[in-house]
Design a protein around this ligand. Structure first.
Ligand code: PLP
Length: 392
């Protein structure tokens, strides 16, 4: 294994800055919002909880996560929830527990494919519906899974990311529903990664796969994105109330007991507070969401103005421009033939760090880039955000 493309980009930025070079860091998705003092207080009060805790997580935090999902339209009991040190290890444990090949949208977040490869399985990639993000197109998924089975492979789980990283797009209700029906027909587990769910820019209904395929959908969340608490490492998984859900939950609990034993106890207490949706924190997430939305939309317009193909982002903090329409100019002026060439030229010539589309499984010849907008916030945005988020 090599270090994850996103984390490696972070290390490259740190090295360049240490050498005195200016870098515009648009590679990593982290908003850098200051920690709310109420959260720090909950964390501090729990610092003395130094023993190992239960593998699944403490009751209050699991109940709070259940309440979080129930208030978002997915009724949940605390015993359906498992906690982990971030959602990433929970995703890995679930891919392991599902016990077969992994179906991914193309493009998809870097780590699903890497985790699948850690398990010794090349992912099966399926294109997303035109203009949408995060969900494999249902008919194409059906064909790909049947073809893989005919070739002796064993697809068992499909991953969906809503809103999506890297495209910043949501999928339509119709596409999610069709994918859920196809997954049921094919007997696939659905992993719905909803880590950016609270950062959807427009209010309205949210197309959660668990609403249409409740018996087979595992949903995950964490505090890393909406509260910018990635370094605190706390996430949660919601398992279906079905025999399949029971089996997956017990298998993930077993894997967790051998990999991380228990989730850091002080973090669980702080998370129990955050997942109870106190108004102060809800307001803070709303302010951050507003900022991400306006900056991401403005950045997408800049790329469109420069001749790229780009969809307006709908949530999270990524923009996914395709430089295909200006390929001839890039080839002539900079010798660019792939998204990796393009990312390299941007770094070497302009000190701008972005990630090439290939890191997300896009075709090697495509000229897509993932641009993480928090790195672009200027002084005035940072000040505006700090003012909006001041606790008083
Ligand atoms: N899922 C997606 C789509 C992400 O973008 C990330 C982080 O970048 C994660 C999961 C991992 O988050 P966590 O910090 O909860 O492990």
């Amino acid at each position: 294994m090599t270090v994850s493309a996103t984390l490696a980009a972070n290390e490259a930025i740190a090295a360049r800055r240490a050498a005195g070079q200016e870098v515009l860091a648009l590679g990593f998705g982290e908003a850098g919002i200051p920690v709310h003092p109420l959260l720090s207080r909950h964390l501090g009060r729990a610092a003395a909880q130094s023993s190992y805790g239960p593998v699944a997580g403490i009751g209050t935090a699991r109940e709070a996560a259940a309440g979080y999902w129930t208030r978002r339209g997915l009724p949940t009991e605390g015993d359906r929830v498992l906690l982990g040190p971030g959602s990433k290890p929970l995703l890995y444990a679930l891919l392991h527990a599902a016990g077969g090949d992994v179906v991914l949208p193309k493009p998809a977040w870097v780590s699903y494919a890497a985790q699948s490869q850690l398990l010794g399985r090349d992912p099966i990639r399926v294109a997303v519906p035109e203009g949408e993000g995060g969900v494999p197109e249902a008919e194409a998924m059906d064909a790909a899974v049947r073809e893989a089975r005919a070739a002796g492979r064993n697809p068992r789980i499909v991953v969906v990311t809503l809103p999506d990283n890297p495209t910043g797009r949501l999928a339509s209700e119709q596409s999610v529903k069709a994918m859920c029906e196809a997954a049921r027909e094919l007997d696939l587990v659905i992993l719905a990664d909803e880590i950016y769910r609270d950062l959807v820019f427009e209010e309205g209904s949210f197309p959660s796969p668990a609403a249409w395929a409740p018996e087979r959908t595992v949903t995950t969340t964490s505090l890393s994105k909406n509260y910018a608490l990635g370094g605190w490492r706390i996430g949660a998984a919601r398992f279906p109330d079905s025999p399949l859900g029971d089996a997956l939950r017990e298998s993930v609990r077993g894997i967790a007991s051998e990999l991380w034993s228990s989730t850091p106890m002080p973090m669980q207490h702080a998370a129990a507070y955050a997942w109870s949706d106190p108004q102060e924190l809800v307001d803070r997430v709303a302010a951050a969401r507003h900022l991400h939305g306006s900056v991401a939309t403005a950045v997408a317009e800049l790329f469109a103005g420069a001749g790229c193909e780009v969809e307006t982002p709908q949530g999270g903090f990524y923009v996914w421009p395709d430089f295909g329409p200006v390929r001839a100019v890039l080839a002539e002026r900079w010798g660019v033939a792939t998204s990796e060439d393009l990312a390299r030229v941007l770094l070497d010539e302009f000190g701008v760090v972005v990630l090439p589309g290939t890191a997300f499984g896009d075709d090697p010849s495509s000229l897509t880039l993932r641009v993480a907008v928090p790195g672009i916030y200027g002084e005035s945005d940072s000040e505006r955000l700090a003012a909006l988020l001041a606790p008083d």
